[in-house]
Every structure is written in structure tokens, then in C-alpha cells.
Write a protein that binds this ligand. Sequence first.
Ligand SMILES: [Zn+2]
Length: 324
Amino acid sequence: MDDVAEPVPGPADAIIDIAACGICGTDLTFIARGGFRDGDTAPMRIGHEAVGRIRSVGSDVAGLTPGMRVILNPQTAGSVIGNGGPEGAFTDRLLFREAIAGKTLYPIGHDIPDALAALAEPLAVSLHSVNRADPKPHETVVLFGAGPIGLGIVLWLHRRGVARLIVVDQNPKRLEWAKSLGATDVVVAGADRDLLADLRAICGGGEIFGMPVVDVDCFIDAAGAPPIVPQVVAMAKTGARLVIPASYKKPVTIDLRRLLMSEMTITTAMGYPTEFAEVIATLPELTREADLLISHSYDFADFFDALAVAQSGDCAKVMVTFPS
Ligand SMILES: [Zn+2]
């Protein structure tokens, strides 16, 4: 935690008093790596899941005025807030470059609490994963990983009316949260477990060329654990889909011969190219879900306690709030 000079906005910029900012798995990855890329050693400013109040704007900024509450879109921001640019939102006062209403900053009403508003960014990541998976209501979906992004995926799949949603995670507490958000079945993962047998017990299966498969239409990997993709390839039925929003640290080997037999589709989901506005419009309907998604909340003065909880993994979203 460093003291920095008071930020000064350029003509297109805004200064924002941050009100809340969630800790993201990406933040933990940056910390573990030492920076944006492996081997980086220079200080890097983190924090990108933020809401705040506009303190001042540059002379060219239109439609945004001091006092407005705004949700930050780090992906469209002028300096990709907290993702390798010169600014990060774990600060009480942020220089926000290229302040554009409805594109980089989204004004919100006072009916949306700070913590709920700060969920917009991770919920947009989750929604993009669901859009890439494009599940139909009659389909069976298996989701790996019930961390904050996975739990958001459960929320959106439930709202889409997916009939059967099986969530796989090692942490029983996270699986309880997934059930509260709409998972129909849960499976505790572990080295001593037989995932194929556990899934076949829930949703049945068949065979391809004498090899056992599960009757699952779509898999989503929000966990990023090395065994998952090879396991999915080995159990996929004909025409199954796998969407991967998880960020893998190392290459993974898969059996292309097995992939050939199932004609399954594997794709990825990155960020939220089109989802941000839809998520913000839906926020007023998500107060119950926000209470489930935010497992811990800390004042900015206790940032390192918040970070320790997030790093423990025994949590859903860890929220950092700033005194007004
Ligand atoms: Zn994030």
C-alpha cells in the first residue's frame, strides 16, 4: 500500500471517489505472478470491480457531473483499470481516463447499493460465459468451479431456466452457495473421487465406440484445474460443448482422437464484449443474489485482511468498501 500524489484529470478524464471494489481472482493471479506478466517486478496497481462517486471531470467530459454514482467498465476504460495500466481501483481517489457516459462509466441510481453495483464487472464475465455456452432450457449443464465467477454463472443459468445444472467444486461451502443460487445438483470434487461415475449417477450416460460418456450437453470450466479439460474430453457425448472462461497457468494436453469421436466443441469466454449494460440494467433484481455472492466485506483500512480471505479460497466474493 503506497501513498501517491493527488491525481489530476486531463480534459477527457474524471476523478472518482471509490465506494466499493471487489477482490477478483485476477488480482490474486497478478499478486502471485508479481505483476501483469510472469516475472514482472515493477509495482502494479490492481482493483477493477469498482463503483464510486464522481468528484470532478475534465473540460471535455459530457453527461457526467460531480456527485453522480458510476460503475466503472475497466475493459473500455482509457487505461484498462487494474489490468496492467497505470491506474487501479484499490484507492480512495482514482484517475479515470476517457470518462464517457454509457461506455466507460455507467451512471446508476441511489437504489443500487455500492456492494451490488461493484458486482457488475464479475457478473458480466459470468454472463459472457453463459452467452458463449448458449444453453437451452431442456439441456443439462455441468459447471466446474463455484468461486465468484462460477457462482455468477449459476445465477445466470438459473435465470435462463436451465433444467439441470450440476456444479462441481472441492469446497462444500461453495457448493452450498451454488445450491442457494439455483444449482440442482452438486458434486464434491477430489483426487479420490470418480467424476465420471458421480455424473453418470446423476444424469445417466451411454457409450461412444465402447467408451462411457455422460448425458451432459454443455460443460463450463470456471475452475481452471489441470485435470478438468482432459476429463471432459474423455466423457463427452456426441456433440457436447465445453466453454472455458478459466485462466490456465500452463498448457494442457488433450486426446484429439477422443475429441474426433465425439465431435464436441471447445471454446473460451473472455471478458464481456457486449454484456456490461445488460448486467447493470438487471442489478435491481439481484439484491438477494448479491447477499449470497458476497461472503465477506472489509473496510479499505483492513485491505490485507480482505486479501488474506480471498487468497484462502474459503469465500465467495470478498468486497472492499471505502468510508465516504
Ligand atoms: Zn474481475
